[in-house]
Every structure is written in C-alpha cells, then in structure tokens.
Design a protein around this ligand. Structure first.
Ligand SMILES: Nc1ncnc2c1ncn2[C@@H]1O[C@H](COP(=O)(O)OP(=O)(O)OP(=O)(O)O)[C@@H](O)[C@H]1O
Ligand SMILES: [Mg+2]
Length: 388
C-alpha cells in the first residue's frame, strides 16, 4: 500500500485529503507543521508528500528544500492557495513534482498522486537497474598494477582525450573502455562498440560510416554507420589492429576533421564522438610490418592504458574469484558457493594465459562441478579442461 504524508496546518484540509486518499487505499500520515513533517520523513519512507505552501513557522518551500536533501527521490506535490501560484512555480523549480490549487479538485488530486507514484517507481527501478549494470562492469582487484589502470581511467575519463587500450586476450580491455565511458561527461550518450576483427574488410567502411541506398549492390537501404550512431557519446573500436588499411585511412580523416561521409554519399556529416580503441596486438610491430598506419596510431593513442596480464597481478585473483562466485550465484539465483583457502591458493598459482576471462570460466566450471564449498581436490580436478 503506497504511503502518503500530508503536511498542512489546516486541520480541515488534512482530514478531507486523508479521507479521499484512504478511500483510494493509500496509507496516510499527517503533520500539522513543517517541523513535524520533516521528522516523519526522516523516520519512515513515504511514496508521495502533499505539502501546503503557506504555513506558520517553516513554510512549504523550506520544508521542500530540506526534504530534497533528506529524501531526494520522494515526489512532493505542493498545495497552494489562490494567489500563491508564483510560489508554486518556484517550488517546481526547487524539485517539487507538481502543485495543486486549494481547495483541491478531487479528480486532479488523484491523477496527480497517481502520476507522482508512477514517477517514483520509475526512478527507483532505474536506480536498481543502473546499480545492477555498474556492478557487472565493476573492476575488482587491489594489485598495484590494476590500481594504476584505475587511476588512469579516473584521470582521462572526464576529458575527451582519445584512449588506446592494450593488453592480452581477456585481460579486461573492454571493461576499461566501458568504465571510461561511464565516468565521462558522455555517459548519458551512447557507447557504440565495433569489433573491427569480426567485420569483413569490404564491409567495414559501411559499418563505420554508413552508406546511401544503392551505393553498392547489396545496399538496398540507407544505413547509418557507427560513427553517426555514437554522436554525443563514445565509439569503442575494439581489435583496432585488425582494420584494413583503407578503413584506417577513413578513420584517420574522421578523427582529424570530426566529419564523415557515408559510402556512396557526397555530404559531409559532422560528428561529435570520442573514440576509444583497443587491441591485443603490438601496434608498433604492426607499423613496422606496414599493417598499421603510424599517423593513425598517434591519433588514437593520445593516452595509452596497458592492462597487464593476470599472471603479473596474481594478488587480484582472490577478489576476482569472489566476485565471480557472487555473479554466477546471482545469475543462477542461488546462494554463492565458498572456496577453501588452499583451493584459492592453488588457483592463484596456475598459469592464466586466457587471463581474467579464463579465470571466470574456471570459476563457473567449479561452481557447476563442486559441492557447496569448492575444495582443493575440486580445483585440481576441474581447473584445467580434462583431456581424455
Ligand atoms: N578487473 C576485473 N574485474 C572484474 N571482471 C573483470 C576484470 N577484468 C576482466 N573482467 C571480466 O573478464 C572478462 C574479459 O574481460 P574483457 O572482455 O574486458 O577482456 P578483453 O581484454 O577485452 O578481451 P579480448 O582481448 O579477448 O577482447 C569479462 O567478463 C570481464 O567482465
Ligand atoms: Mg575485448
């Protein structure tokens, strides 16, 4: 049952509102002044607050201001007598959800309360979702090496600087890219990912820049490329070392001039995109071998972040294992399994050529194969794929 708090100095108004709202199955509390209202707000959670503007002592605006600090997500509906509409407008600027005129019209009251409740539910749901998402993208580990990576992320995220992330397979490059985007001023914009290795070289230009209808045989419709999709946000060029030389030339132009042309188009399109690139190749060697353009390398790598292999930061393994035990239990809807300390030590001593991704797979395998506690025997039996 949704809970509503009424703050009003007039007893008659309070009891009328209360009666109407209780009839609609809301639980209603009353406060006869601002002080009392704030006290109630600090003690329990209300879904909606109805608050009079003109009250002796603390007025409604002051209550609103204080409440916004106390419980910023609780929607406030201000009640204003005739002639205080300006104040009511001011109240909405201060964070009130809506306002009602005195004496309140029954229908409008109920509609406004219902809308406020819907909004509050949406806000909470979004928060829970966001928490869930940022939890799965959380970077765990306390090693110095990972600490330096996290520090670098913190420093570069708020800038628009291009970042080139290097590191072996499964070390966490994509996680770094997501974390930079999430901590940047572009976090409300899109994060668009392109896996340059997975796209055939003759299609990559259309993938990145889009194409006009009819520009080549299979171009039956106009297509918006990833650069345009990422406008206002971040474009993550994954496996950038695998891009063809001709695509590299076009990316270079896009980075230099902040504009692109669709394949088969003649119009320049302005794009506001931050580019983050990642590769597990050694680009300097690729430049030597003439597979990668040196000028593009310098354009992309304004900031270089190297994610070291897991074997060089084994201190991170216990934290990673606990995180994965929790994540996996969450996915399956079970209680997390525990792991014996000798089993953990055993894992810490293994060779992790597949890095964090391999570790996650091993933990998942152990969760499936073991009892409630993962023992050293389990670890020895299942940490490496059994070859028959
Ligand atoms: N520090 C970390 N904390 C938690 N999870 C991590 C961490 N590093 C990597 N992971 C997880 O390990 C997996 C592999 O990471 P990711 O995909 O970022 O690696 P990658 O370097 O991009 O790999 P590839 O080169 O194969 O594309 C993902 O599931 C990721 O969430
Ligand atoms: Mg990756």
């Amino acid at each position: 049952m949704p809970k509503i708090l009424i703050i009003d100095d007039e007893r008659a108004i309070r009891s009328t509102l209360k009666e109407i709202l209780e009839f609609e199955n809301y639980a209603v509390d009353e406060a006869e002044d601002g002080e009392k209202g704030l006290q109630l707000l600090s003690k329990s959670k209300y879904d909606v607050v109805l608050c009079d503007i003109k009250m002796p002592g603390m007025d409604g605006l002051e209550v609103l201001e204080k409440a916004m600090e106390l419980t910023p997500d609780t929607p406030f509906i201000m009640i204003s007598a005739h002639g205080t509409i300006d104040t009511a407008v001011e109240a909405t600027k201060k964070g009130a959800y809506d306002f009602l005129q005195k004496p309140p019209d029954l229908n409008r009251l109920l509609v406004t309360v219902r809308n406020a409740l819907d909004k509050a539910t949406l806000v909470t749901e979004t928060k829970i979702l966001k928490k869930k998402i940022s939890k799965t993208y959380e970077m765990v580990g306390t090693s110095g090496a990972l600490g330096r990576v996290k520090q670098a992320i913190e420093k570069v995220a708020p800038t628009d600087a291009r970042v080139l992330i290097t590191g072996p397979n499964g070390s966490g490059k994509e996680l770094v890219a997501r974390s930079i985007h999430e901590h940047s001023n572009r976090s409300h914009g899109p994060l668009i990912e392109v896996n340059c290795a997975a796209i055939p070289s003759e299609l990559i230009e259309s993938e990145l820049f889009g194409h006009e209808k009819g520009s080549f045989t299979s171009a039956v419709k106009q297509r918006i490329g990833k650069f345009e999709q990422a406008n206002g946000g971040t474009l993550f060029l994954d496996e950038v070392g695998d891009m063809s030389l001709s695509a590299q030339a076009k990316v270079l132009r896009a980075l230099q001039e902040h504009k692109i042309t669709r394949v088969g188009g003649d119009k320049d399109i302005q794009v506001d995109v931050r580019v983050i690139a990642a590769t597990n190749k050694n680009l300097l060697e690729e430049i030597e071998a003439k597979n990668f353009r040196e000028d593009l390398y310098h354009r992309l790598g304004v900031i270089l972040i190297h994610v070291p292999p897991l074997n060089e930061r084994r201190e991170d393994i216990p934290d990673l294992v606990s995180k994965f035990l929790n994540d996996i239990a969450n996915d399956y809807g079970n209680k997390p399994k525990t792991i014996a300390s000798d089993a953990m030590q055993y894992l810490q001593g293994l060779d992790w050529r597949g890095n964090v991704r391999e570790l996650r797979n091993v933990v998942e395998r152990l969760v499936i194969m073991s009892g409630n506690e993962i023992t050293l025997e389990d670890a020895k039996a299942y940490a490496r794929p059994v070859v028959a």
